[in-house]
Design a protein around this ligand. Structure first.
Ligand SMILES: *Cc1c(COP(=O)(O)O)cnc(C)c1O
Length: 223
């Protein structure tokens, strides 16, 4: 098995105490997750509903699952009963569906709004203006079964570290802006989910509170 335990401790050792690790286990087998679990890791991220469902059923129930992928509205009902956080909410339509299903399940689901800052045209997420629009529109204030806890973003997949740093900083500035304007009284709006295997050291110097790391812990994914 890939040296999951050693990798986990190396990654944890390189993170400031204020930054939480979401171990991204997509495409990796349950044994890998258990290896990290045995070392005390409890927060894992997955990006496919069916794979997550199987792992959730198979693995310890005190694992906190984060959904990190693009979520189709017709899949929301399957994950809402047990998910801890849906990280990549990128439309009002999706937010409404989470509210509806969470009300049915009698839960409050934590969510992050996904920002689109990277230059790649294929990435999902809200542009800064779409984020401002969604928040000033105000419908989310009526949603008592979703709790918006912060922002999530992925930087461009490029070698240019200055560009990556600038994108993280743009996200951090936007976080400060919307925190002040919409969430000043809400202490739970505090999460800035940015940083992956390739760029997390840059992310933690630009305000990240939560990094999503897969490859550096579990090795390359076999699709
Ligand atoms: C797969 C994935 C990650 C983890 O990427 P690594 O490069 O393996 O660390 C982080 N965030 C999202 C949204 C992902 O889909």
């Amino acid at each position: 098995m890939f040296p999951v335990k050693e990798n986990l401790h190396r990654v944890l050792g390189s993170l400031p105490e204020s930054v939480r690790l979401v171990a991204i286990s997509k495409y990796h087998p349950a044994e890998y997750i258990m290896a990290a679990y045995e070392e005390g890791q409890r927060v894992f991220g997955e990006s496919h509903e069916q794979e997550l469902r199987q792992k959730h059923e198979q693995l310890p129930q005190d694992i906190e699952w984060h959904f990190i992928g693009h979520l189709q509205t017709n899949k929301v009902k399957y994950i809402v009963p047990y998910i801890t956080m849906i990280e990549a909410v990128d439309s009002l339509k999706l937010l409404r569906e989470i509210e509806k299903q969470a009300a049915k399940a009698g839960r409050v689901v934590k969510v992050l709004l996904e920002l689109h800052i990277a230059e790649e045209a294929t990435k999902y997420g809200l542009t800064p203006d779409a984020l401002r629009q969604l928040l000033s529109d105000g419908e989310w204030r009526q949603m008592s079964h979703v709790h918006i806890c912060g922002l999530m973003m992925m930087a461009s997949n490029v070698d240019d570290e200055q560009q990556i740093a600038a994108e993280f900083q743009q996200a951090a500035d936007l976080f400060d802006e919307v925190k002040l304007q919409f969430f000043a009284a809400d202490d739970a709006f505090c999460e800035r989910s940015w940083g992956m295997s390739a760029d997390f050291p840059i992310a933690v110097t630009h305000g990240s509170t939560m990094v999503r790391i897969g490859t550096d812990i579990f090795g390359p994914r076999v699709y």
